[in-house]
Design a protein. Structure first.
Length: 138
């Protein structure tokens, strides 16, 4: 099985609630290896580039305000099928629909504040890793 890299981010509500260790630990318990980690504030410019695909959607402005509202933890994980492993560990986008045992199922409160982000495919993972870790050779 091919090893791949993926981007994951603990969003402001996950940091504020003290869930960073729990969230990142769940990815490690899935057998994924952490390759990069950064505690940071997302600038408006970075947020607009990161969420550019949603620019024409009604929730775009709220999404930008939320992701820039507090610190986040950006990370890169690698392992076999890493993208799907991270997404399965996160659970459904809406915590009300997320299965128990997933991050959002166990800790999520609202779809607008759903704790964590993970790349949805190989192209997105490459773009997001480069966007958040531009000076790293990962």
């Amino acid at each position: 099985m091919e090893v791949e890299k993926t981007f994951a981010m603990v969003k402001p509500d996950g940091v504020e609630r003290g869930l960073v260790g729990e969230i990142l630990g769940r990815f490690e318990k899935r057998g994924l290896k952490m390759c990069a980690l950064k505690f940071m504030r997302v600038s408006r410019e970075l947020a607009e580039e990161h969420y550019g695909v949603h620019r024409d959607k009604p929730f775009y402005d709220t999404l930008i305000e939320y992701i820039t509202s507090g610190p986040v933890v950006a990370s890169v994980f690698e392992g076999p099928n890493a993208i799907n492993a991270v997404r399965a560990t996160m659970g459904a986008t809406d915590p009300a629909e997320a299965a128990p045992g997933t991050i959002r199922g166990d800790f999520g409160v609202h779809i607008d504040h759903n704790l964590v982000h993970g790349s949805d495919g190989p192209d997105t993972a490459t773009r997001e890793i480069t966007l958040f870790f531009p000076d790293e050779s990962l």
